[in-house]
Structures are given as structure tokens and as C-alpha cells.
Ligand binder design. Structure first.
Ligand SMILES: N[C@@H](Cc1ccc(O)cc1)C(=O)O
Length: 439
């Protein structure tokens, strides 16, 4: 059995930041009860392989005996500028659930030890709603805006829903009954917001654990708008290899190198989890699969990553730490092409069991099609809009040829009709302008 110190080390290793670590240490030391945490994800776009980072951390938590809840934050996905429209959100939630469960299983992490909760299952209760209103009467607009700045999509005419988002995330800590919340360091402002405001409602302040963000393959942030910078869980092997080929990875340059960053953040930790399992160093019996995807069969013990290379190019190199790989790359002993090939191989092998599960699961495939309808699919043909003809103003169009209006009253009526019409048009134009600038 691991000591409280060992458990704390396992829980916090490889994280970028920990807030409130002492409260975690205290619970571990007292050993009166199990630690409880949650990780939330809003089912918006299709998840990319950066998700391996939180998922491998979840493995650490479970191994340290922490009770883990995964929150599928469906209402948040809608609140964030309707990234998931209401008619799609239930499918996306299901898609995320399939994907997360399959990925964890493929890593050998038993999902029986995890609790999955959908946000809407408790966020619509009277108690939660009332707490939301209490929070709204406590939080300033300024603080709500600031808290969401790195998570909620920032637009010109910001919607009220985006201001509610951080408050609801804070309340989730109370309603999911946890000791700490885990998330990317992009959640930091929401986390500190929760630390400030939960006590004002009479609830406990929670600890917060944050992992670093994985940069995209193009260097910089993994961007949703640049499909080449990130790899989808269901990308075919040839697509993965192509994306890696075009990744930014300059010989000898370890700065802004998305390939090295991915290796460090994902492949190495997964390899390490497997090695630890093999060495019997687990608290919880994590039954990782038997394959060792990034290590050659003939590699010496202790190898964490193999770069396979033809004998004529110097043969394979077997590394026992990320630092060695980085040093070799910097010293130009490891060529970008070899690094890219071995990382691509690693990703392909990592995704193999997940893609196989998708191919076997018709229900999941149906959900995927409903959750992410093809944006290029031709919309059903719309009926032609009937044209509405308005009478031209007096003196214009064919009226011009008609001599003076029969009566002055007629003329006045026609004139005021025309005015009303042109005012309406003006108003319409203004409102379209408004929607274009805000979107
Ligand atoms: N804010 C998280 C999602 C989330 C939503 C609600 C929570 O309680 C926790 C996390 C994200 O950016 O994906």
C-alpha cells in the first residue's frame, strides 16, 4: 500500500499547477475516507487526441485510490455560444461518452471505477437553480466575464449564457460533492472564481489541479479552425501520417515543436503507465493491455520509447526518458523525419483499438452521424419564397403615368403606406447588420 506522500506524488505528477494541495494532503494523511474529484468536459466539437492528457491523469488518480467522476457538461456545451445547439447536444454527449469510455478501456483503465454524470441530470433541479440565482445575486458581471475569458468563446455581442457558465461550473463542485476539480490550465480563471465564490454561498472551497495544454502539431495552440494541427480520434492512419509530415518540427529546434510536445505529454506518460504496471507498482489493479505500442520487441528493459530505424541509417535507438530524446534531437542526433515517423507510428497504434471499437459499434456510428452532421451535405431544397409585391410609392412606377390621385385622401394613404414600408426595410437591414457583426 502506498504512503500518503506517494499517493500525493502520483496525483500531482506532471501537472502544471496545483491550488490547495494542502487540503488534499490532509485528507490523504487522515485516511478516514476516499478522496473525491471530478473532471468535466463540454461536448462541443469532435474531441482530438489532446484528450489523452487528462485521461492518463485520470489513470493516476484511480491508481492513487481517488474516486473519480467524469462530468459530461451538456448544458455548458449549449451555454458557450451554443457551440452545441440543443438539438445536437444529446448526441454529442453520447458520442463523448462512447469515446471516453473506449479510450480509457483501451488504456486498460477500468471504467467500473469511474462515475459518469450528465450535467443536465442535476443542473435543472430546484435546489441547483436557486443556488444559481443566489450566485447571480453575488457575482459581479465583471468577475463573471473575467472568469470565462479563456474558456467561453469571446464574441462582440456577448450572450448572457456565457456569463452564467463559470458560476455553474463552480456549483458543480458542490453538487458533485468533490474535494478537487481537475482540468486544463485554461480553466484557471474559473477555478479561482470558484474558490472565491463557493464560500460566499456557504460551501467549501475546493482544491484545483491543472494539466498543461498540449500545443498543436503546427506549434502554437491546438486550433479547432486548423484541421491539420490536430488529430481526430477517428483519423485514418494515412491521414495521421500526412498530418505529422506537415507538422512543424525543425532539425535541432526544440522550441514550439508540436511533435516533441505531443510525445512528452501523451506517448511517454502512457508508456510510463505501462512500465509501472509491469513492475507491479500499482495501488489499484489497472489491467493495462499487453501491447507495448511505442517500444520495440527487442528493446532493453527500462525503454520508454523506441525510434526504429534501418540499420543503414544507424539502426534503432531505445530511450529510457523523454529528456534523452529531447537532448538527441537538440544535438541533431535524432532527425525530424525519424521522430515524426516514430510518433506517427505510436499514434496509429494508440488509436487502433479505439477505431476498431468504433467500426464494431453500429450504435456509436449512428450517434456520430447525428452528432456531427456533414456540413457539406446538401440541405433539403427549400420551397421558393413567394414574392410579395408592394405598391410603388406615388409618383413612382406605373403610378407615375396615372394622373393625380383620385382624391387627396387616397394620395395621403398611399404616401403613408410607402413610408411605413421603407421604415420596416430599414429596421430589417439594421438587424441583419447586427447579427453579422456579432457572429
Ligand atoms: N469548462 C470545461 C467544461 C466544464 C464544464 C462544467 C464543469 O463543471 C467542468 C468543466 C471545458 O472547457 O471544457
Amino acid at each position: 500500500m502506498a504512503t500518503p506522500e506517494e499517493k500525493y506524488e502520483l496525483i500531482t505528477r506532471r501537472l502544471q499547477e496545483v491550488l490547495g494541495g494542502d487540503s488534499i494532503k490532509k485528507i490523504l494523511a487522515e485516511e478516514e475516507r476516499q478522496l473525491k474529484c471530478y473532471w468535466g468536459t463540454a461536448p462541443t466539437g469532435r474531441p482530438h487526441i489532446g484528450y489523452f492528457v487528462p485521461l492518463t491523469k485520470i489513470a493516476d488518480f484511480l491508481r492513487a485510490g481517488v474516486k473519480v467522476t467524469v462530468l459530461l457538461a451538456d448544458i455548458h456545451a449549449f451555454l458557450d455560444n451554443m457551440k452545441a445547439p440543443l438539438d445536437l447536444v444529446k448526441y454529442r454527449t453520447k458520442y463523448y461518452e462512447y469515446l471516453i469510455k473506449t479510450t480509457l478501456t483501451s488504456l486498460g483503465i477500468p471504467i467500473t471505477h469511474l462515475r459518469f454524470v450528465e450535467g443536465s441530470s442535476y443542473q435543472l433541479t430546484p435546489e441547483y437553480s436557486m443556488d444559481n440565482y443566489r450566485l447571480c445575486a453575488t457575482v459581479t458581471e465583471h468577475d463573471a466575464k473575467k472568469a470565462g475569458a479563456e474558456v467561453v468563446k469571446q464574441v462582440d455581442s456577448a450572450l448572457l449564457s456565457g456569463l452564467l457558465y463559470p458560476g455553474l461550473q463552480a456549483l458543480d463542485e458542490q453538487y458533485l460533492d468533490v474535494d478537487f476539480q481537475f482540468g486544463g490550465v485554461d480553466q484557471r480563471k474559473i477555478f479561482t472564481f470558484a474558490e472565491l465564490y463557493l464560500p460566499k454561498l456557504g460551501y467549501a472551497k475546493r482544491a484545483h489541479l491543472m494539466n498543461a495544454m498540449v500545443p498543436g502539431l503546427a506549434g502554437g495552440k491546438m486550433s479547432a479552425s486548423d484541421p491539420n494541427s490536430k488529430i481526430d480520434f477517428l483519423d485514418a492512419p494515412e491521414v495521421i501520417r500526412k498530418k505529422l509530415k506537415s507538422a512543424f518540427c525543425e532539425e535541432g529546434n526544440v522550441e514550439g515543436n508540436g511533435v516533441l510536445a505531443f510525445l512528452e505529454a501523451v506517448l511517454i506518460p502512457i508508456s510510463q503507465l505501462r512500465l509501472e504496471r509491469d513492475a507491479g507498482k500499482t495501488v489499484l489493479e489497472v489491467g493495462l493491455g499487453d501491447q507495448r505500442p511505442f517500444i520495440s520487441d527487442n528493446a532493453p528493459p527500462g525503454t520508454i520509447f523506441s525510434v526504429e530505424r534501418d540499420e543503414k541509417f544507424g539502426g534503432s535507438t531505445h530511450y529510457s526518458s523523454y529528456e534523452e530524446i529531447k537532448a538527441d534531437f537538440e544535438a541533431k542526433k535524432l532527425h525530424p523525419k525519424d521522430l515524426k515517423t516514430s510518433v506517427a507510428d505510436g499514434i496509429v497504434r494508440l488509436l487502433e483499438p479505439i477505431q476498431a471499437a468504433f467500426k464494431e459499434n453500429e450504435e456509436w456510428q449512428k450517434i456520430a452521424a447525428l452528432a456531427y452532421p456533414d456540413p457539406n451535405a446538401k440541405p433539403e431544397k427549400k420551397k421558393k419564397k413567394e414574392k410579395v409585391y408592394h405598391p410603388p410609392p406615388p409618383g413612382k412606377g406605373k403610378n407615375a403615368k396615372v394622373p393625380a390621385a383620385a382624391t387627396t385622401e387616397d394620395a395621403a394613404a398611399a404616401a403613408s403606406d410607402a413610408k411605413a414600408h421603407s421604415e420596416q426595410e430599414g429596421a430589417k437591414q439594421e438587424s441583419t447588420q447586427e447579427t453579422t457583426t456579432s457572429s
